[in-house]
Design a protein around this ligand. Structure first.
Ligand SMILES: C[C@](O)(CO)[C@H](O)COP(=O)(O)OP(=O)(O)OC[C@H]1O[C@@H](n2ccc(N)nc2=O)[C@H](O)[C@@H]1O
Ligand SMILES: Nc1ncnc2c1ncn2[C@@H]1O[C@H](COP(=O)(O)OP(=O)(O)OP(=O)(O)O)[C@@H](O)[C@H]1O
Length: 286
């Protein structure tokens, strides 16, 4: 099957879209501290925008980007360096990151930035790596990077690396961004996190079972996440936590209702409406 190659949009921007975890089950903890999970990923048409300018002096630089992240810590720079290390390339680039997605929001923005950088640089530097090799390089940068590299909605197990593509309904969502950032590591290390859930089946999920085992701990430690839940419930929609939070979302029947709920959300939540996609907008926009 020919590989679908991602491309920049008409303005030269490479999209790094958000994901939602439509459920998250914590089944156990391995000896290395990582947790065995069950989760379902779907993409949103809301994205960071990345710009790549090749450099002839072999330097890897971050241009515009997040002020809170030191350039050498930025996942786009780390992705570029990982790609060079894996291939022996000495090529240079300047990467500008227009950040739209929140950090520590459970929307996977950092992982998505890394995945988009891997795809873009693979092309710009003429490396010719297969998608699966990019996913392997990406896994060392973060558990969620391979999902964004493959760009396919999926059911995931293991520590998140055993993925089965799924074709889900593509509804509209409203997403509330609480004004505090949640540390994934802190949630997974919390002594009160339950780690003994029984696995559910795809049939259970399709029938509407959408648990998130991180919710209790996150709602207890982050009052604004709990308040976002309460606010959505009062709007008579079913609130859910994505990943380890802190973003909270609900499924709506139309763009209009999703936008209406987003428009009424308390200002501190920077709410938005977005559509779910089974194919990542990095691949699908064209
Ligand atoms: C829970 C999810 O958000 C679901 O999308 C992800 O699997 C987390 O992905 P991520 O943020 O890319 O995670 P990483 O940067 O690889 O790991 C952050 C921290 O989360 C914890 N972690 C992550 C994934 C996993 N299966 N078990 C864990 O215990 C580890 O303490 C790790 O140090
Ligand atoms: N380009 C980047 N964008 C966002 N975060 C970055 C970036 N580079 C490094 N980071 C670091 O990675 C951390 C996690 O960022 P990310 O946006 O993936 O979190 P998240 O939305 O909670 O994702 P997840 O669902 O994977 O937990 C940030 O807190 C930040 O310190």
């Amino acid at each position: 099957m020919p590989q679908i190659v991602p491309r920049p949009d008409a303005d030269g921007a490479w999209l790094a879209p958000a994901k939602l975890n439509l459920m998250l089950r914590v089944l156990g903890r391995r000896a290395d501290g990582y947790h065995s999970l069950q989760t379902v990923f779907q993409f949103l048409d809301r994205a960071d925008r990345l710009y790549f300018t090749p450099r002839s002096d072999g330097r890897v630089l971050r241009g515009r980007g997040c002020a809170e992240i030191a350039p050498e810590q930025d996942l786009v720079v780390r992705a570029a360096m990982a790609l060079r290390a894996a291939t022996g390339s000495g090529a240079g680039v300047e990467i500008a990151v227009e950040k739209v997605l929140p950090m520590g929001g459970g929307l996977g923005g950092g992982s998505s930035d890394a995945a988009t950088a891997l795809h873009a640089l693979n092309q710009l530097w003429g490396l010719g790596l297969e998608v699966e090799r990019l996913a392997e390089i990406g896994l060392a940068l973060g558990a969620d990077v391979p999902v964004f590299v493959r760009g396919q909605a999926c059911w995931a197990e293991g520590v998140g690396e055993e993925m089965t593509p799924v074709a889900l309904p593509e509804p509209w969502y409203v997403v509330l961004i609480p004004p505090e950032s949640v540390s994934t590591a802190a949630v997974f290390n919390d002594p009160e996190l339950t780690r003994d859930s029984l696995p559910i089946t795809m049939v259970d999920f399709i029938a509407g079972e959408r648990p998130n085992d991180c919710l209790r701990v996150v709602a207890k430690r982050y009052p604004t996440v709990a308040a976002a839940f309460d606010w959505l419930a009062a709007m008579e929609v079913k609130p859910q936590l994505t990943g380890t939070g802190g973003c909270v979302f609900a499924t709506l029947e139309s763009a209009e209702t999703a936008q209406a709920v987003a428009g009424r959300a308390p200002r501190q939540y920077r709410a938005f409406a977005a559509r779910g996609h089974n194919r990542s907008p990095l691949f699908a926009w064209q």
